[in-house]
Design a protein around this ligand. Structure first.
Ligand code: 0X9
Ligand code: ZN
Length: 496
């Protein structure tokens, strides 16, 4: 008998929450099954947000009014979360010391403190100001952070969408580990020395503050539009096939594309940064669905000459978190997203991770979700200097590779994808690969002349790097003629 009391109580609370949400027309999360691709697209094009939890199962954020057009018995509708505003409040209340989400205020404090504690490799920039006057902050991490060096540049960003707090956590945890790992961890030290990584952990501060302080389930920014409508979906506002799919011109809806492409201060901030930095790679962090997504998103089967390279990258990243990798448009098409704009404009290797199984996982899951996803972030930062270097459109000059290990990795990754690239991408990749090989031979010859044969040995034992061997020998011969005897006596590749 006793066991019935909590069940009755939970049921009563559920019904109460559902009915008050009904009365307020508050958003709910509903699950639908058995929808055709056309029906999913129709929902996405009506301005509602869709996520996926498994094959053929979609979850949609919709108010009771909006649900009238969606709910049909053959779709086995289920209410997953009866009152999403109450759900946000519950997530905030369920936090405890050591397991809590960043507020915007605490995030600003943390970034300022981390910059001060790691001033040799970290520089905090204000890249824009929101409608409500908040700073959009970006932390650059690199050796010589005040100089724009010729190193592959990467952008890691979170919280395009206000309620996706976990995205900020993964960005912040990656940043923290990178800063603290410098000088301690060989790989992270190399990533700091050989890359310029920009972290924008909260692109949408107004939205995040609104969702956390008003306990509201909010996605967009806080552009004031009419007396009853606020906000633009920042991930529909970029200028690449803007406004054509998975979005709406209705400002009251969750996926409103904005009055024009780049109408928002937040997306303008990213635009200015990207035009300056010409990122080799970018990772947009979102939640949820446990997916690693690659462009294009605006339409199914949109031609992407680097598709095979993206597939390799996305699969490798998915190996860290166990997520599924797929083309962004596979579930439904969405236009005006960051990745499409970056790849379409600059050929940036731009990917998205949809973290976890809920927009706002309970705070005690933050650590585990970071453990799963931070290695994927570091992996992409690394690959910006390998795949990113041989990607068409990249303005990165292979001659400026500063370190033999980085050049070696670029050669190995480049050769690995060369054969699977379509002809239009292969030509550029092959040309760049050749220049990277020449650069590698210069760097390795330098190493050898100074008694360091580590990368030279790697080249000799790696079939993909075979073509570099004669280049190194040639370079050493040339160097010995011009600089006298080598320092690497006994292991002189010119004679091996
Ligand atoms: O819709 C978005 O902007 C992203 N999903 S989220 O649930 N975080 O809002 C994903 C964009 C990638 N695109 C497609 N699903 N086409
Ligand atoms: Zn999102």
């Amino acid at each position: 008998m006793k066991g019935w009391i909590p069940i009755l109580l939970v049921t009563a609370i559920f019904c109460f929450a559902a009915s008050t949400a009904q009365a307020r027309n508050a958003p709910q999360l509903i699950r639908l099954r058995g929808l055709s691709q056309d029906q999913i697209r129709e929902i996405a094009d009506s301005g509602l947000e869709i996520t996926v939890t498994g094959k053929g199962v979609v979850e949609v954020v919709a108010t009771p009014d909006e649900q009238k057009l969606l709910i049909r018995p053959d779709r086995s509708p289920e209410i997953v979360i009866p009152d999403l505003d109450a759900y946000v409040a519950g997530r905030l209340a369920g936090q405890r010391r050591g397991a809590e989400y960043f507020t915007y205020e605490r995030l600003v404090e943390a970034l300022e403190m981390w910059e001060a504690n790691h001033s040799a490799i970290a520089r905090l920039h204000v890249i824009g100001r929101t409608w409500e006057g908040r700073d959009i902050l970006a932390m650059k991490v690199s050796d010589n952070p005040d100089r724009d060096e010729a190193e592959p540049a990467v952008l890691i960003n979170g919280a395009h969408h206000a309620r996706e707090w976990i995205s900020t956590e993964v960005a912040m945890e990656s940043l923290r580990q990178l800063l603290e790992g410098y000088g301690r961890d060989a790989n992270l030290t190399r990533l700091v020395n050989e890359r310029e990584t920009w972290f924008v952990p909260v692109l949408n501060p107004d939205g995040v503050v609104f969702s956390q302080t008003q306990e509201r389930y909010w996605r967009k920014n806080r552009r004031p539009i009419t007396a009853t409508a606020w906000g633009v979906d920042l991930n529909r506002n970029y200028d690449y096939t803007w406004g054509t799919s998975g979005t709406t011109a209705d400002p009251a809806k969750d996926t409103f594309a904005g009055p024009a492409a780049f109408s928002e201060p937040e997306t303008q901030a990213i635009k200015a940064l990207a035009e300056r930095e010409r990122f080799q790679a970018c990772l947009a962090l979102h939640s949820y669905s446990e997916l690693v997504l690659y462009p294009y998103s605006y339409a199914k089967n949109a031609p992407n000459p680097d598709k095979s390279r993206f597939q390799v990258l996305a699969q490798d990243m998915a190996a860290f978190n166990g997520y599924q990798s797929q083309n962004s448009a596979e579930l439904y098409a969405a236009s005006g997203v960051l990745d499409d704009w970056l790849y379409g404009t600059f050929r940036t290797l731009a990917l998205t991770i949809e973290i976890g199984r809920a927009f706002i996982p309970p705070a005690d899951q933050i650590a585990e979700l970071c453990r799963l996803n931070v290695p994927a972030v570091f992996f992409l930062i690394d690959k910006a200097g390998t795949h990113g270097v041989t990607t068409p459109g990249s303005l990165f000059v292979p001659e400026s590779l500063a370190d033999s290990r980085t050049a070696f990795d670029a050669v190995v990754d480049g050769v690995a994808v060369l054969s699977i690239l379509p002809p239009e991408a292969r030509m550029f990749a092959a040309d760049t690969l050749r220049s990277v090989g020449v650069r590698l031979s210069e760097l390795v010859a330098f190493d050898v002349r100074h008694g360091d044969t580590a990368v030279w040995n790697l080249i000799r034992s790696t079939p993909e790097a075979d073509f570099v061997i004669p280049l190194v020998r040639e370079r050493l011969r040339f160097d010995s003629l011009h600089h006298g005897a080598t320092d690497g006596e006994g292991c002189d590749p010119a004679r091996n």
